[in-house]
Design a binder for this molecule. Structure first.
Ligand code: 0RA
Length: 632
């Protein structure tokens, strides 16, 4: 017994050297993501206080020197002397890595960035940090350099308020970049405010911009769904919402059906966006399919369609699923998949119960949803026919590649590159200029279709799209897509540097975003960067990729006789030039397409490529100055 007792109480406390030696292990990376992660780590502690019901306001300030201040009105970090370690609890919290949750035995830490490592990690990775605690009517403070206390915890006066203030400056010895992005922080803080109803989160920029955002959503994830759907047409009037707790798992769901062909479901576990889904998503989907199929029978829709598939009931679905639980297990390639097995059944039964009840009470909404699902089922049947037909012809199978594809000889997909090239003439140059060992070329004729305005059946009957799907090899649409079958490790979009080229690029990006988002999430998709100028001085050829570079080159070549050619299309380059400037891995730059912000990408594509004209006009006017960067 006594053995058990002491084992319970002993916590493994480690110093911070380990963190400075291997920062990436604790915050993921030391690039711009890691830098921002520091802020999330501190804010998560404040969110925990809010979830405990003892904090309602968090104020984050980016100071002029890119130091960060996080102020909350929680209980304040405890300052009393720890009975075992004989130092202030505050110093332990700030200077020791504590394994297994907070040392004060608080039930569990609900939030916690992806790594959930605690504020001591932020301290370890800051060249300086000062913490102030307002507790029991007094103000306490301690400062640190690179995680080491500069002095003892001091009481420096009275305090009317309660809470914690952390001011830190990330260490330039650790981070590759030091500049904070207001927009990046703003997006994450907005998300946290949606996920934790009622908490007020303020973000201030004390640098030149002087911007301030204040987030507070009484409606929580219902407001989140409404925000996502702001520019869309709803068919369920207002979001369906329920929240329930079973065992130690808290489940919260908001659902709305809109007039669109896509599914937009964001899932969270302890405020972390589980982009790869997991057990909460599986449980939710299974309940949704079942409840809607039950209604199909009750409402006499079986004559129209005998049964709806999971894909049918997800068309036009927008939902937020947020679970909070002790000891979340994150799995998957990017550790963004919830693995806790018990969560599936819990989410499933809570969804079953609440959704059935809602459907019973709202028959009109049910019928609108069923009508939509039936349309989607019919389209899917038509799409399957189209797919089977093309499959019989071999058009979607990997073994019969499109004739236009000039494939490479390498067989290891991770080493292979596929260039999607605008136009036959550029395609020809690319075929001649490439390294055929590992580079494949697929020339595309004219504009590809706008997938935002069509259903899968129609999309699958489009020749250009079929060729792209076949060449890539993964299949398409819901459960048919398999990233493991990708035939290339890089897919590179190469279009002209003019308006048409940028339009084609947007159409391709829309296609990938809607139908192969895993390719983007896993970093397969790139955009080639052909030069804009050729500057010749005698026999010497110089290339410039933007106006600033052109001016630099001209300065360097001062006095020499120069001829400037502005490339309008890829076709103006001969194969050697195309290889040298755009395709040779040793010299080229290619831009990786990412969608860190899927919510924003979703909005961009809906507005740019969708049906509604007014929001598009407004969007283009608002973004006219950034128009070059519109494509993600
Ligand atoms: C350890 C224990 C408790 C709270 C905190 C740390 C805490 C940390 C941070 C960081 C920023 N704001 C914070 N607020 C609280 C539990 C407090 C208690 O039980 O009194």
């Amino acid at each position: 017994m006594s053995q058990n007792y002491s084992a319970d109480k002993i916590q493994v406390l480690e110093g911070l050297d380990a963190v400075r030696k291997r920062p990436a292990m604790y915050i993921g990376s030391t690039d711009v993501y890691g830098l921002h992660h520091l802020v999330y780590e501190v804010v998560d502690n404040s969110i925990d206080e809010a979830l405990a019901g003892v904090c309602d306001t968090i104020i984050v300030t980016i100071h002029n020197d890119n130091s960060i201040e996080v102020l909350d009105n929680g209980r304040g970090i405890p300052v009393d002397t720890h009975p075992v370690y004989k130092i202030s609890a505050l110093e332990i919290v700030m200077t020791k890595l504590h394994a297994g949750g907070k040392f004060d035995n608080k039930s569990y830490k609900v939030s916690g960035g992806l790594h959930g490592v605690g504020v001591s990690v932020v301290n370890a990775l800051s060249e300086s940090l000062t913490v102030e605690v307002y507790r029991d009517g007094k103000t306490y403070t301690q400062s640190y350099k690179r995680g080491a206390p500069v002095g003892k915890v001091k009481q420096i006066g009275a305090a009317k308020k309660q809470g914690t203030r952390v001011l830190f400056k990330p260490d330039k010895e650790i981070f590759e970049v030091l500049e904070y992005s207001f927009d990046t922080l703003s997006k994450r803080l907005r998300e946290l405010a949606f996920l934790n109803a009622g908490i007020k989160i303020v973000l201030r920029d004390d640098r030149a911009s002087g911007k301030e955002h204040i987030f507070q959503f009484k409606g929580g994830i219902v407001s989140f769904v409404q925000y996502i759907n702001e520019k869309k047409v709803s068919i369920s009037k207002k979001p369906i919402y329920f929240r329930s707790q079973r065992d130690t798992v808290d489940v919260e769901v908001a659902i709305e059906y809109i007039d669109s062909y896509n599914e937009t479901v964001y899932t969270y576990a302890n405020n972390i966006n589980t982009k790869e889904g997991g057990t909460h998503l599986v449980g939710f989907r299974s309940a949704l399919t079942r409840v809607i199929n039950d209604s199909l029978k009750k409402e006499g829709y079986e004559k129209k369609i005998p049964q709806l598939s999971g894909d049918d009931v997800r068309e036009g679905l927008v939902a937020i699923i947020s679970v909070k639980l002790p000891n979340p297990q994150f799995e998957g390639q990017t550790k963004m998949k919830l693995g806790n097995g018990e969560v599936k059944g819990i989410v499933e039964s809570i969804t079953n119960e609440h959704l059935s009840q809602y459907f019973e009470e709202n028959p009109q909404v049910v019928r609108r949803i069923l009508d939509k699902c039936v349309l989607s089922a019919r389209a899917r049947i038509a799409a399957k026919k189209a797919r089977d037909l093309t499959r019989r012809k071999g058009a979607l199978e990997g073994d019969s590649l499109p004739g236009k594809l000039a494939d490479c000889s390498e067989r290891d997909p991770s080493l292979c590159e596929l260039y999607l090239v605008e136009g036959d003439s550029a395609g020809g140059s690319a075929k001649q200029g490439r390294d055929r060992n590992f580079q494949a070329i697929l020339p595309l004729k004219g504009k590809i279709m706008n997938v935002e305005k069509s259903r899968l059946d129609k999309i699958l009957s489009n020749e250009e799209i079929k060729t792209i799907i076949t060449a890539i090899g993964t299949g398409i649409g819901g459960d048919e897509f398999d990233i493991g079958k990708a035939r290339y490790g890089k897919i590179i979009i190469m279009t002209d540097a003019d308006v048409d080229g940028s339009h084609i690029r947007t159409l391709l990006l829309t296609f990938f975003f809607r139908y192969m988002p895993e390719l983007i999430r896993n970093g397969y998709l790139y955009i080639a960067q052909p030069p804009l100028y050729l500057i010749k001085a005698g026999k010497e050829a110089n290339y410039a990729y933007n106006d600033a570079e052109r001016d630099q080159v001209l300065k360097k070549l001062d006095k020499k006789n120069t001829v400037i050619q502005r490339y309008k299309g890829l076709g103006e380059m001969n194969p050697e030039q195309l290889w040298e400037t755009t395709m040779n891995p040793e010299k080229r730059t290619i831009l990786k397409v990412n969608m860190d912000d899927e919510i924003e990408a979703e909005e961009v594509f809906t507005v740019l490529m969708g049906d509604a004209v007014e929001p598009r006009k407004k969007f283009i006017e608002e973004n006219a100055r950034n128009v070059r960067n519109l494509d993600l």
